[in-house]
Write a protein that binds this ligand. Structure first.
Ligand code: NAD
Length: 249
């Protein structure tokens, strides 16, 4: 069977779905993935080198400005057809969505209970206590980065999980519980290089789930997938929904 129809047919029979998304699901919203080439101002930096606690300790202003630039880019972006298709899939089939994205586009498309493994770029935290810092404080402190209201030596930092930091334990636990309890798992737009998120499909497979990957490029997960759809997410997911409608016609 043709792969789009095969995925639609599998979803139409599924009991519980787990979806893992990465930066690729937001690429068609105009948000650069980590591994896309950066342009202009940031061409000299590897984003991975700016997304670490060491980078922030070394040069907090540089890291703060890079995140401010990304926050602006994200605030102007809109959810795309892939984000909306996932909302529709969850309406038809009990679905747990686990995302590595920090852009909140799943939520803005209407997927309100997505599990965010890597935090949210819209949030700002104290670098020492981890407490949230509100927008009024940030607006009143134009420094780059602003000081923290919660600790005399604290600085404002983005509310994302950096490379080398622990993932929020509750979110990770929920994600792995969902992996143990799904019969279909979908990985969409992730290079599957960042663990433990990248281990979720294997965990689901260990519990007997069927696994499909949607990504124009091959990844370390492709070899273990039962089906690979080498398409952009914003093309593949609406096509799967259309085929699913056909399954019931
Ligand atoms: P990644 O940049 O490592 O990989 C992106 C993947 O998406 C690649 O495999 C690429 O082939 C694929 N891709 C590109 N365009 C696509 C499309 N239209 N449809 C489907 N797939 C497409 O990103 P990652 O795997 O998410 O992991 C790296 C980290 O990057 C994560 O921790 C995440 O927090 C962070 N990140 C998040 C955002 C965001 O929130 N939008 C953006 C950049 C990076």
């Amino acid at each position: 069977m043709e792969p789009v129809r095969q995925l639609a047919a599998t979803l139409s029979q599924a009991r519980r779905l787990l979806v893992l998304t990465g930066a690729g699901v937001s690429a068609e919203s105009g948000i650069a993935t980590f591994r896309d080439a950066q342009t202009g101002l940031w061409a000299r930096f590897r984003p991975e080198d700016l997304a670490t606690p060491e980078a922030f300790a070394r040069d907090p202003a540089l890291v703060w400005r890079w995140y401010a630039w990304r926050r602006d880019q994200i605030a102007r972006a809109q959810p795309n057809a892939a984000h909306y298709a996932l909302v529709e899939i969850a309406r038809r089939l009990p679905t747990t969505l686990v995302t590595q994205n920090v852009d909140d586009l799943h939520q803005r498309a209407g997927f309100h209970d997505a599990i965010c493994l890597h935090g949210s770029i819209a949030r700002t935290l104290c670098s020492i206590t981890g407490q949230a810092i509100d927008a009024d404080w940030l607006a009143a402190h134009p420094q780059e980065p602003p000081p923290s209201p919660h600790h005399p030596r604290g600085l404002a930092r983005p509310g994302v999980v950096w490379f080398g930091e622990n993932l929020p334990a509750a979110a990770l636990e929920q994600a792995y519980a969902a992996a143990a309890d799904c019969d279909v798992v979908l990985a969409i737009g992730t290079s599957a290089l960042v663990h433990p998120a990248a281990g979720l499909p294997a965990e689901a497979q260990r519990h007997g789930a069927w696994f499909a990957e949607i990504n124009p490029q091959r990844t370390p997960l492709s070899g273990q997938a039962d089906l690979c759809l080498p398409l952009a997410a914003g093309v593949a997911l609406p096509a799967v929904l259309a085929a699913w409608n056909g399954v019931h016609a």
